[in-house]
Ligand binder design. Structure first.
Ligand SMILES: [Zn+2]
Length: 139
């Protein structure tokens, strides 16, 4: 399962970011998933929730955003988005040039990347406990 390896990768990256930061914990990880990576949102959230237990990411939230794919066509020089067709509730991206219907090269949108991470440090925790106004991270 594709989503499982992505979730494992996210957890690994986030844990690496925590290395050497005692008491720090990850509150939220934002991951950007390309349109053509065919990552199931639910499957990825489920995989993340399963893997994070027993790691320093326990309690972390995963936020998934999507980015549009970009392609380029050698035939007519088109560069841009692809056409998305909806058929009976299914979304079918047509990986062909929307202009000449020729074969295209995918420039972006077939991968994923960690967009940002919200890390809570011990220092911030201490401040909060001293009665400082809690800094709420927008939801
Ligand atoms: Zn074309």
């Amino acid at each position: 399962m594709h989503e499982l390896s992505i979730a494992a990768d996210i957890v690994r990256c986030a844990e690496a970011a925590l290395e050497g930061r005692r008491g720090a914990r990850v509150l939220e990880v934002k991951v950007n998933v390309g349109q053509l990576s065919f990552v199931g949102r639910r499957q990825l959230l489920f995989a993340f929730d399963t893997i994070k237990d027993g790691t320093r990411l326990r309690g972390a939230k995963l936020r998934i955003t999507h980015s549009k794919a970009r392609v380029s066509c050698r035939g007519c020089g088109y560069e841009g988005a692809i056409k998305i067709e909806k058929s009976g509730g299914y979304v079918i991206p047509l990986i062909a040039c929307p202009k000449c219907e020729g074969p295209v090269e995918i420039i972006s949108g077939n991968g994923y990347n960690i967009a940002s991470m919200t890390i809570d440090t011990e220092e911030e925790n201490a401040k909060r406990e001293r009665g400082g106004r809690a800094h709420r991270k927008g939801d």
